[in-house]
Design a protein around this ligand. Structure first.
Ligand code: NAD
Ligand code: DAU
Length: 367
């Protein structure tokens, strides 16, 4: 048995990771430490809540005592840090909590693991820490001159991508906080020999994603015939990865990645936002037969401040060293995702009521 402490395991990717690990392995035990912010939802984990290999700890990664107690009680072999404030628009509205959680929370977690894992001889045994990072730390890429209709590069062989040695150049408070967290993790490895590895992933989509992010927001609004707010000219490009592919990458890097290294995770699945929105409209209409779901719902709104133009990952290193590659084509993943949101109206209803409604009205009121 190996024990994995997953922080932020009640969020979108964290809960998918918990489910992925428990269904993939019989010899894995998961401890999920989560503060249950607006983004943390234990309903994501109903199917495993009685699994004897799963434990939930309600705690904050900034709370040194709670983290130390959890490490002492469970002695995890692996710590995977998903816990974060993750939404760029919220970071523009309220940057402070991003510094607190993403930077100071990570530093606290590193300190607690360092103390708990110290073997008295300057080593840390076989323990391993993985920091879940983002491609946003690299800033932005230029849009290539020649594009396919979906916004992907027409000539991928001669196009710029983010690589692990691309200079860090974050633009939003969110990405600045994630960059800072990565640098602390690297510093703990280089200074103390702390057994850490970092992944940096592109945009995820799939079940259990909070509908403040582009894909679930558009699916949910389309189903309810609400306007589909597209920022700016809709031609910003993101590199989309189905969440299970990300989970698999984290598992592989946590076990076999070289300590102190960064691994980019992404799919060569670049799409312009407007293309994503139009495919969602088309797919929702096809699946539901609802003719009112049409491009008339598209509403161009004020652009996001500091909006990065294009993200595009080169996942060559993880492929060469660990054999990882994205297995779910976008066309398949988006249909699975739309069906999941249609099949789970109660989940959507629970996360979109109350406080979320207030947030939504505030966020889009001036756009
Ligand atoms: P999310 O917002 O859906 O979930 C975040 C989780 O962290 C929630 O369960 C929340 O309750 C928990 N959390 C927040 N603050 C906490 C604290 N102080 N202590 C303990 N728990 C806390 O986020 P997500 O989209 O699942 O992203 C998870 C991680 O992956 C983040 O670190 C994010 O930066 C990174 N990431 C996300 C994407 C993406 O496309 N969503 C892509 C690359 C990297
Ligand atoms: O690239 C990885 C990152 O992807 C993660 O690190 C972040 O945690 C995650 O939130 C995501 O960040 P983005 O800002 O790229 O995702 P978001 O879904 O917010 O936006 C995707 C694109 O869609 C972006 O260009 C902004 C645009 N957008 C977004 C929303 C919410 C719209 O046009 N309209 C919208 O209403």
């Amino acid at each position: 048995m190996s024990t994995w402490l997953v922080t932020g395991g009640a969020g979108f990717i964290g809960s998918n990771f918990v489910l992925y690990m428990l269904r993939t392995y019989d010899d894995v035990r998961i401890v999920n430490l989560d503060a249950l912010t607006y983004a943390g939802n234990l309903e994501n984990l109903l199917s495993v809540q009685d699994n004897p290999r799963y434990t939930f700890v309600h705690a904050d990664i900034r709370d040194a005592q709670a983290v130390a107690d959890t490490l002492a009680a469970h002695d995890p072999d692996y710590v995977i840090n998903f816990a974060a404030e993750s939404h760029v628009d919220r970071s523009i509205a309220n940057p402070g909590v991003f510094a607190d959680t993403n930077v100071m929370g990570t530093v606290n977690l590193l300190n607690c693991c360092r103390a708990a894992w110290d073997d008295g001889t300057g080593g840390f045994g076989a323990h391993r820490y993985l920091q879940v990072g983002t491609d946003e730390v690299y800033g932005t890429l230029a849009i290539p001159e020649a594009l396919n209709a979906d916004g992907s590069p027409a000539d991928p062989e001669h196009t710029d991508y983010f690589r692990e040695d691309t200079p860090l150049s974050p633009h939003s408070p969110y990405s600045a906080s994630k960059t800072s967290a990565d640098l602390f993790v690297k510093a703990y490895h280089d200074t103390y020999g702390f057994p850490a590895v970092i992944t940096r992933c592109s945009n995820n989509y799939g079940p259990y994603q909070f509908p403040e992010k582009l894909i679930p927001l558009m699916i949910n609004n389309a189903i309810h015939h609400k306007p589909l707010p597209v920022y700016g000219d809709g031609l910003n490009v993101r590199d989309w990865l189905y969440v299970d592919d990300h989970c698999k990458a984290i598992d592989m890097v946590a076990r076999d990645g070289r300590l102190g290294e960064v691994y980019n995770v992404g799919g060569h699945n670049e799409r312009a936002n407007i293309y994503i929105v139009k495919t969602i409209i088309q797919q929702v209409r096809e699946v539901t037969g609802d003719e009112q779901v049409s491009e008339d719902l598209i509403t161009y709104v004020q652009d996001r401040a500091g909006h990065d133009r294009r993200y595009g990952m080169a996942p060559d290193k993880i492929r060469a060293e660990l054999g990882w590659y994205p297995q779910t084509p976008y066309e398949e993943g988006i249909v699975k995702t739309i069906r999941w949101y249609l099949d789970n109206p109660t989940w959507v209803e629970h996360v979109t009521s109350g406080a979320y409604q207030d947030y939504y009205e505030r966020m889009y009121a001036d756009k």
